[in-house]
Design a binder for this molecule. Structure first.
Ligand code: XBP
Length: 277
């Protein structure tokens, strides 16, 4: 009896020592906060190509293939190197890509301003609840910083920018997703351990990036990513869910919930922590 008590006491001590409280939620942007790849970024790339006098056009099928490369500049380079046989830019390639991408960013910001790229269902609700509950919030995205800032400003209002302790974007790290760099950077800036955070992603590469940084991840798929492999995600859903517009559970244990809320996130976090202990 004494031995069993000691063992369970030791196990409890072990869990307490290793269990970390959930303190922050880290969000990917493109495809996660807003479903904007096909109707936002793709359109902006095509407008930039036209402005530049290029006869390139990325239809949805082509764009979905290009999405395997993260980052707009990297995506253009991949297209030139892997899809075109004999393209030679009029200037140095890096300069050419940089200018083309700058033009694309201007078109993308215009699209955001036109109001055609709303937040996905449940995003505003969850961010508001998390902020009101005292959680730290962060963004960890491959996209250009201005894109993420304008999305938050236009969809949640200027004060909501202060909800985010860290907005980590684009070229602040050298290696983009699926490398863990952007999530490791966000953790460092938050001053938190991976075990104190949860990540929200929409792609396999984003999940791999977060997993490689050691952070438990919830995936909300979209049409471009639904077929991808999300092994290792804590939960895979079609969206975060709203009252009257519940999520569809694709993988994992949603504990009977129909919307992602702070209670569900705490349960997921606590179960993962105990599993690790
Ligand atoms: C997704 C991306 C982004 C955008 C393009 O990033 O790959 O590169 O498609 O953005 P995430 P830029 O899912 O990490 O938000 O053109 O501004 O690079």
């Amino acid at each position: 009896m004494h031995t069993r008590q000691s063992q369970s006491g030791f196990a409890f001590y072990n869990v307490c020592m290793k269990h970390k409280e959930l303190k922050a939620l880290i969000f990917d942007v493109d495809g996660t906060l807003t479903d904007n790849e096909r109707d936002g970024h793709r359109v902006a790339f095509n407008r930039a190509f036209k402005d530049t006098g290029l006869d390139w056009y990325w239809d949805i099928e082509t764009y979905d293939r290009l999405l395997k490369v993260f980052g707009g500049k990297e995506r253009i380079r991949y297209y030139i190197e892997d899809f075109l046989t004999d393209f030679t830019p009029s200037t140095d390639l890096d300069h050419f890509i940089g200018q083309l991408h700058q033009l694309k960013t201007e078109h993308y910001l215009d699209l955001l301003k036109s109001g055609t790229l709303p937040l996905r269902p449940g995003v505003e609700r969850l961010l508001t609840e998390a902020h009101a509950s005292g959680f730290k919030l962060a963004i960890a995205s491959t996209t250009t910083l201005e894109n993420a800032l304008l999305l938050v400003r236009l969809s949640l209002g200027e004060p909501a920018l202060d909800w985010f302790d860290v907005i980590a974007c684009g070229d602040v790290v050298v290696n983009k997703k699926p490398a863990p760099d952007i999530y490791l950077y966000a953790l460092e800036k938050l001053g938190l351990a991976a075990a104190e955070c949860l990540v929200f992603e929409d792609t396999q590469a984003g999940l791999e990036s977060a997993k490689a940084a050691g952070i438990t991840t919830i995936v909300t798929v979209n049409d471009a990513t639904r077929h991808q492999d999300f092994s290792g995600a804590a939960l895979v859903l079609d969206q975060l869910g709203e009252p009257g517009n519940e999520f569809e559970l694709l993988a994992g244990n949603a504990r009977g919930e129909t919307m992602v809320n702070i209670d569900l996130l705490k349960q997921i976090h606590s179960d993962v922590s105990v599993d690790l202990a």
